[in-house]
Design a protein around this ligand. Structure first.
Ligand SMILES: Nc1ncnc2c1ncn2[C@@H]1O[C@H](COP(=O)(O)OP(=O)(O)OP(=O)(O)O)[C@@H](O)[C@H]1O
Ligand SMILES: [Mg+2]
Length: 327
């Protein structure tokens, strides 16, 4: 795109139909990503992070659908594409490391064969060439290529996750989405995978969407953060804006729940209450009933829109926008 963006998500609404009604899982989400840039989506369980990602690569479950909005990738609207059209983009241009993917490798198939199969599904190249690609991919993710014919159970958790990353990189995508790519790993291995991701991003100049509960992972891997709450973006901005100059009371709670960011150990503050039911979300601010800085009726009755702070790309959806910090 002329403005340097690789992705523009515009007013995306993604809903799920269930017996009891319609779950508004993603409800008017917008963000942009420049070529080579990485954005982190953070927020409590059920706030719509995975649904946002699955909307982008159009892999929603059968009861899910994009109600409205646009997903512009490289000047085309992915949201309006047919199943057949999207196949040209999925994996070739945009790939995803799925939540829990590490345990989704086929246990009775050699790791090399699984990656070769994935490559051949998307590109018409010979088995020989695909095998050569797997060797290169293994080198890239720092697993000895001599081990590529192993079965998944012969790999450690960290190696399995590296293999999954190799698979996601197999068709050289411009955008990669990682959905909790380190969650199941122990802390040491987690740190190695984060290093690898940072390394790969620099080397391959990829754009990335990183989804996690863990803000400290985002600060290590991302340029920007979108804080999601109950299907909406509560606050978005550069990492420093969000970590050091947060404006939304929910962001504040989230930051304070991760003491590691400040490098000191302190009591982790949990956020009292639970997010609202997305079958029937409140008409005002969705955080209002848990908010420690609620002003009054306006919070219950009016859904705050996302507004820019001083004309910058730091935006917040809160009625308290002005002078909120340290109130
Ligand atoms: N297939 C589905 N059918 C019905 N509701 C769904 C479906 N998938 C997700 N949802 C609902 O959509 C909302 C958003 O879910 P989503 O999985 O996107 O959240 P998330 O932020 O990724 O959470 P987590 O951190 O737990 O992975 C939740 O209320 C969830 O229950
Ligand atoms: Mg998820």
């Amino acid at each position: 795109m002329k403005n340097g963006n690789i992705l523009e998500v515009k007013n995306l609404k993604t809903y799920f139909k269930i017996k009891q009604g319609i779950v508004k899982a993603v409800d008017d989400v917008s963000f942009e990503l420049k070529k080579g840039e990485s954005i982190g989506l953070v927020g409590e369980s059920g706030c719509g992070k995975t649904t946002t990602a699955l909307s982008i690569i159009r892999l929603l479950s059968d009861n899910g659908y994009i109600e409205s909005g646009k997903i512009i990738f490289d000047d085309v609207n992915l949201a309006a594409m047919t199943e057949d059209e999207i196949l040209n983009y999925r994996w070739n241009d945009i790939s995803m490391i799925f939540q829990g993917a590490m345990n989704a490798l086929n246990p009775v198939m050699r790791v090399s064969d699984q990656i070769i199969e994935a490559i051949q599904l998307h590109e018409s190249i010979s088995r020989e060439e695909a095998r050569k690609r797997v060797t290169e991919l293994f080198e890239l993710v720092k697993i000895n290529p001599n081990l590529m014919d192993s079965y998944p159970h012969e790999f450690s958790g960290g190696m399995r996750q590296r293999a999954i990353i190799a698979m996601a990189l197999a068709c050289n995508p411009a955008l990669i989405i990682g959905d909790e790519p380190t969650t199941a790993l122990d802390v040491m291995v987690q740190a190695q995978i984060i290093d690898l991701i940072n390394d790969l991003r620099k080397k391959l100049k990829m754009s990335m969407i990183m989804i996690t509960h863990d803000l400290s992972i985002i600060t290590e891997t991302c340029d920007k953060i979108a804080v999601m709450y109950a299907g909406k973006i509560a606050e978005i901005g550069n990492v420093d804006d969000i970590v050091f100059n947060y404006q939304h009371p929910y962001t504040e709670k989230l930051i304070k729940a991760f003491p590691n960011i400040y490098g000191e150990r302190q009591m982790v503050e949990s956020i009292p209450g639970t997010p609202p039911n997305l079958l029937n979300p409140p008409k005002g601010c969705r955080f209002a009933d848990r908010c420690h800085k609620k002003i009054g009726e306006i919070c219950d009755n009016v859904d705050p829109s996302l507004v820019s702070i001083d004309g910058s790309n730091h935006m917040v959806a809160c009625h308290l926008k002005e002078g909120l910090r340290n109130v």
